[in-house]
Design a protein around this ligand. Structure first.
Ligand SMILES: [Zn+2]
Length: 470
């Protein structure tokens, strides 16, 4: 009797395909689980509590400081308390930069203080430095200046970032920050000040990383708040020489080893294949790193935890990564990618995504995968559609810390967030918890949980992408 019943069951199984034949490797049951993850997340998640915990109990966590070590301990304990199957650390080594004091004053013709902040990586002024200001509308204008024309002067670059939902105003503006010191020094300048790479009109200066080149003298670099940049432009417009005094202290105390903190939900069938989501654990020192990137860490930890609470884990492993030191050069993402390449694990990365664009709602799903796997992305998009998320075949790109492994051939997904006000707070003392809407976080957890679950439940291979030079 038992045998007969088993034979009947086998016969039935033979007539009912285990998965739909639409090329997605996902059946109605899988989609129902993903929809339930989505709807439970919308009803409220612990994401806000996680970012509240990080910003309150750790606060600013500049890479290489004692707060960085505290953030690593915090993330490890949080993954464990959220029930991840495996929690571990991987080393990430980088040079440390520490901010000291910073002050700027107009000395002449209209003496008054200015709001300024040193750019990450900048050297100090070694005592107060006084010099006349030379104005450039943008980096290209500075590059076009004759060699030697800024001997003994401070270069001032005043280009203003334009506001867009997708943040595309950042790219054209940010060269003044990253390259300004090198280009100004080539012309003989003793320092560079820029208008903050920012869309706000608050009197906050925005920091961010800058770099020096071998063979070009290192000069101090700082950013003025938007209204202070306006003030300086107005003074310069009067045609008299404008003289600034800068007093900036900074240290480069050597190398430090921090850690990527990783939590996994082990896959039930294909545990060596991984879907990664994550954010970066470090922040700049001025605010408490709520939107950049406490939010991303919280969203992806909460999404992973929700998948971990399912009765049955998905086929593939879900790996949530809290990356070390993104801000000063993607060190965590690079170390992660190097380690995976050395272990021959690039192709095992089925889909990688990072949340690092603030705390605004997700509005688009984009991906870079083998075209044969696109039906899976579209199926994920169908589950995300009720969240107001549109699937877009073109455009987008991996998050900053995912970039290095994508350059080695891994595939990526992007849940594009509304960044309309992101650059109002980005890298300032004003990046604090009150800027986060808990319901917006829930919507993002819903999107990440459903996407990661389906990407891990399907057995369709997302493939690899062409290897690119970083
Ligand atoms: Zn960030």
């Amino acid at each position: 009797m038992r045998l007969a019943r088993n034979l009947l069951a086998l016969a039935l199984l033979a007539t009912l395909p285990a998965v739909a034949s639409d090329g997605t490797g996902l059946d109605a049951g899988d989609l129902a689980v993903a929809a339930a993850l989505r709807d439970q997340a919308l009803a409220g998640t612990e994401a806000f509590d996680i970012v509240e915990s990080l910003t309150t109990e750790v606060g600013p966590r500049l890479a290489g400081t004692p707060a960085d070590a505290e953030a690593v301990r915090w993330a490890q304990a949080k993954f464990e308390s959220l029930g991840f199957d495996r929690v571990y650390l991987e080393p990430v080594t980088f040079p440390v930069w520490l901010r000291g004091h910073e002050r700027a004053d107009v000395v002449a013709p209209f003496p008054q203080p200015l709001v300024i902040t040193a750019l990450g990586g900048s050297i100090g002024t070694e005592g107060a430095l006084e010099a006349e200001v030379v104005h450039f509308a943008d980096l290209a204008a500075l590059e076009a200046a004759p060699a030697g024309s800024l001997e003994g002067k401070i270069a001032f670059i005043s280009n203003r970032m334009v506001r867009f939902k997708d943040g595309r105003g950042y790219g054209p503006a940010v060269g003044a920050r990253s390259r300004g010191a090198v280009e100004a020094a080539k012309k003989g300048a003793v320092a560079v000040v820029i208008r903050s790479i920012s869309t706000n009109s608050d009197r906050f200066a925005h920091t961010g990383t800058m770099r020096y080149d071998e063979g070009v003298p290192r000069i101090p670099a700082a950013a003025l708040s938007n209204p202070d940049a306006d003030l300086l432009v107005n003074m310069l417009r009067r045609g008299q020489p404008v003289k600034l005094r800068l007093d900036i202290a900074a240290e480069h105390p050597g190398e430090y080893t921090s850690h990527n903190v990783i939590g996994e939900i082990r896959g039930r069938d294909l545990p060596d294949e991984v879907v990664t989501i994550g954010g970066h654990l470090d922040s700049w020192d001025l605010g408490t790193g709520a939107i950049d990137d406490g939010a991303g860490v919280a969203i992806t930890m909460a999404a992973g935890a929700a998948i971990g609470r399912l009765e049955q884990a998905p086929r593939r492993t879900i790996r949530v990564i809290a990356y070390a030191n993104e801000e000063q050069g993607l060190y965590g993402g690079k170390a992660y990618a190097e380690a995976r390449a050395a272990a021959g694990e690039i192709a095992a990365h089925q889909l990688s995504a990072e949340s690092d664009f603030g705390a605004g709602r997700v509005y688009a799903l984009r991906a870079g995968v083998d075209p044969a796997a696109w039906p899976v992305i579209e199926k994920i998009g169908e589950v995300l559609a009720p969240l107001g998320v549109v699937t877009e075949r073109e455009g987008g790109g991996p998050g900053p810390d995912v970039g290095p492994i994508v350059a080695k051939g891994a595939t990526w997904a992007q849940l594009a967030q509304d960044g309309t006000d992101y650059f109002d707070y980005h890298h300032t003392a004003n990046d604090t918890l009150d800027k986060i809407d808990p319901k917006a976080l829930d919507q993002q957890v819903a999107a990440y949980a459903a996407m990661a679950y389906l990407a891990a439940e399907t057995d369709v291979d997302f493939g690899t992408l062409p290897v690119r030079q970083p």
